[in-house]
Design a protein around this ligand. Structure first.
Ligand SMILES: *[C@@H]1O[C@H](CO)[C@@H](O)[C@H](O)[C@H]1NC(C)=O
Ligand SMILES: *[C@@H]1O[C@H](CO)[C@@H](O)[C@H](O)[C@H]1NC(C)=O
Ligand SMILES: *[C@@H]1O[C@H](CO)[C@@H](O)[C@H](O)[C@H]1NC(C)=O
Length: 662
């Protein structure tokens, strides 16, 4: 009842009380009072500076800007405080929670969010670690270290999805706050947890390297990261549930996160004097898959495919994917869907527009003005409402874009992004506008104002005092659902950090944004090791980087001593059956089907029943193997004799073997 209790007998927005969908109209007086700031902002957006009415427009924009400034000033300390309140063991609302564990929300009923989700936790700690790298704080550091330790433990908890032996268990998303498994029915697996967690941990590992603590990064943090990277390289091409835990299929957010983690992982490994062949092999193939979510005709990302296609496709999933893969060093690159890329801006417009007519609180707001943003228009959870974190994501993407435009001193308007820009600046045409042009300034001001309007909506919908739950009511705007959602606070903090021009560290996107010639999916079998033996040395305060730190290009997939061998097996199977590879090497389970490698069926079709897996095997080794069909009930059916065999060649290239079920 947490969210309910907050509002019993206390309407936090009395001025909203008479706003029902039927009383809504563009010139309705209450509407005016409610969003006077927004309307002032509109004036600035609609006016091209350089005309007589300029000073008026500029003053309106300035008023909006100052009001958002003061909202941020008040809300920032509250957000940090509330965020840490939800983290164990000493968070003010986290009694009984293990150290470093993030509770999704303190709400225990209606809804019960008294669990820890890998995705939410990773995004929260990505933010904490990023803030820490900008300004050293020992409290943040202790929290981050506790997070690393808690996640290493969590990786080893057997759960309904599986366990650590073949990595499968890493796909479980939700655990009790004491880190025990949750066995209730749920949308499983969710494959964004491991890459997002790797990204959060890498933010800290990279700080360690940059400050001379490479061995801490390598010995304490990398083993945890490595499990998550191996999982990502092995399972990215299998379906799972989306970030909203509703749709089984392939989710844009998950695939984008997977790509980033693999690219960043390869670069981090190199800086530690290690390598991640699985990362390097899989990342370009994941990037190919990323491209297939783009709907060229409609100009937006279809957020769920391979099963989720029954919705219209526009989903804040894609806004979150863009902001969480922002890398300021690759400009407006569309291949990695950078926030200022033409595709991401077109998608921003389409996605935001999809919420304009469906919520009563958005009705009557002109099409060039910010509106409350939900998850997707078909949403029925709690009757389908706007969320704080999705509305904030809409703002954050625009602040990201502004950072890059200012950095590159120009704005490029393409046929793909023209509609986005025209909504804000009707007179704009395609072209590149240099910093010195008045169009550059007009666009920049318009986008800044538009972004600030999204924050104004958050300001209006927060609970007085700064508390933010998960959602606000589509008809009345009243806050509702899980109280003090940790992710809401984190989303506020990242959006406003970008507004202040604080850029995230590069994830080496520039080493991983080229599409390969071969776009066939590749799943690389991982090896997984318990990484719980963690000891953080004390007093690791900011220092100089170690002399051993190396930078530069990412290494080749394999170091020629180990060869990436892809096994393609055509085998028609029935639902619930898996094809496994077993053979005379530990990577092939030493002939034990229980330890064999499950092949990936991500490309399986009735006419081409392809099962595939890539395994790193030593060069010159004679390998004997067979495939087995494992039924849903665990029964193992072996291929007929003889054993298959070959000698791994000495090569730095990938080797492919193609077999048919025998
Ligand atoms: C570090 O962060 C904590 C928690 O937000 C805060 O209370 C403290 O003032 C910060 N310390 C410094 C030195 O900024
Ligand atoms: C696997 O990858 C291939 C190639 O990109 C793609 O066509 C297929 O839809 C993917 N399947 C899944 C489940 O990810
Ligand atoms: C296949 O290899 C296994 C393990 O070495 C062995 O027990 C079995 O006899 C072999 N099968 C044939 C037909 O050689």
């Amino acid at each position: 009842m947490m969210a309910g209790l907050v509002f019993n007998g206390l309407d936090p927005h009395p001025h909203l009380a008479n706003l029902t969908s039927s009383s809504f109209g563009l010139f309705q007086p209450a509407m005016h009072a409610l969003s006077s700031l927004l309307l002032l902002g509109a004036c600035a957006v609609q006016t091209v500076f350089g005309r007589p009415e300029d000073s008026h427009a500029r003053r309106d924009a300035e008023i909006l800007r100052r009001s958002v400034d003061s909202f941020i000033e008040a809300q920032t300390p509250v957000s940090w405080e509330r965020l840490f309140c939800n983290i164990g063991a000493d968070g003010c609302r986290a009694q009984g929670v293990a150290p470093g564990v993030v509770v999704a929300s303190p709400s225990k009923h209606d809804p019960d969010y008294w669990y820890t989700w890998t995705r939410d936790s990773a995004l929260v700690f990505k933010n904490v670690a990023e803030a820490f790298t900008h300004s050293y704080n020992s409290t943040f550091q202790r929290q981050i270290q506790n997070f690393v330790i808690s996640q290493a433990r969590l990786q080893g908890v057997p759960n309904p999805v599986g366990d650590l032996s073949n990595g499968a268990g890493l796909g479980e998303v939700k655990f009790y706050v004491d880190l025990t498994k949750f066995t209730g029915e749920w949308g499983r697996p969710q494959r964004d947890g491991p890459p997002l967690r790797a990204i959060a941990l890498m933010t800290y590992a990279k700080w360690l390297v940059a400050n001379g603590y490479t061995s801490t990064a390598k010995d304490q943090v990398w083993p945890v990261i490595k499990n998550d990277l191996q999982y990502t390289a092995q399972y990215w091409n299998q379906t799972g549930f989306d970030l909203w835990e509703e749709v089984p299929g392939s989710s844009f957010f998950t695939i984008m996160s997977s790509h980033r983690a693999l690219v960043e992982g390869a670069a981090l490994a190199k800086s530690l004097g290690l390598s991640c062949p699985a990362c390097t092999a899989a990342a370009p193939r994941v990037l190919c898959f990323v491209q297939s979510f783009w709907n060229q005709n409609q100009g937006y990302v279809v957020s769920n495919i391979n099963g989720g296609n029954y919705r219209n496709g526009r989903d804040a999933n894609s806004l979150l994917a863009s902001i969480h893969n922002f890398d300021p060093t690759v400009g407006c690159d569309a291949t990695t869907f950078q926030p200022c890329s033409d595709k991401a801006l077109s998608n921003h417009k389409s996605t935001v527009d999809s919420f304009r007519s469906i919520y009563a609180i958005n009705r009557g707001i002109p099409s060039n003005r910010a509106v409350a943003v939900g998850r997707y228009s078909e949403d029925i959870y709690y009757n389908g409402n706007p969320w704080y974190l999705t509305t904030l994501a809409a703002a954050e993407q625009l602040y990201d874009a502004i950072i890059v435009w200012k950095q590159q001193k120009s704005i490029n308007v393409t046929p793909v992004s023209l509609a986005f820009f025209r909504a804000l600046v009707p007179s704009v045409n395609t072209g590149t506008f240099a910093e010195s042009s008045s169009m550059y300034t007009t666009i920049l001001n318009a986008v800044q104002t538009y972004a600030d309007e999204f924050l104004t909506i958050i300001d209006q919908r927060k609970i007085p005092g700064g508390s933010m739950p998960e959602q606000f009511d589509r008809n009345t705007g009243a806050p509702l659902a899980a109280a003090d959602l940790t992710w809401s606070y984190s989303a506020f903090l990242t959006a406003t950090a970008r507004r202040a021009g604080r850029v995230p560290a590069s994830w080496s996107a520039g080493t991983g944004n080229t599409l390969p010639n071969n776009c066939a999916a590749i799943a690389v079998a991982g090896t997984y090791t318990t990484a719980t033996n963690i000891n953080f040395p004390p007093s690791q305060t900011p220092g100089a980087p170690s002399p051993t730190t190396t930078t530069g290009s990412v290494p080749q997939p394999t170091s020629c001593g180990e060869v990436l061998v892809t096994f393609n097996q055509r085998a028609s199977t029935e639902w619930g059956q898996n094809i496994k590879l077993v053979g005379n090497h530990p990577a092939l389970g030493d002939w034990n089907p229980a330890k064999g490698v499950v092949l990936n069926s991500g490309q399986y079709t009735a006419s081409n029943p392809l099962w595939s897996i890539s395994v790193l095997l030593p060069a010159n080794r004679r390998i004997e193997y067979k495939f087995v069909n494992v039924q849903a009930d665990g029964t193992v059916r072996w291929e007929s004799d003889p054993n298959r065999s070959f000698t791994v060649p000495e090569t730095c290239n990938e080797v492919t073997r193609s077999d048919n079920w025998r």
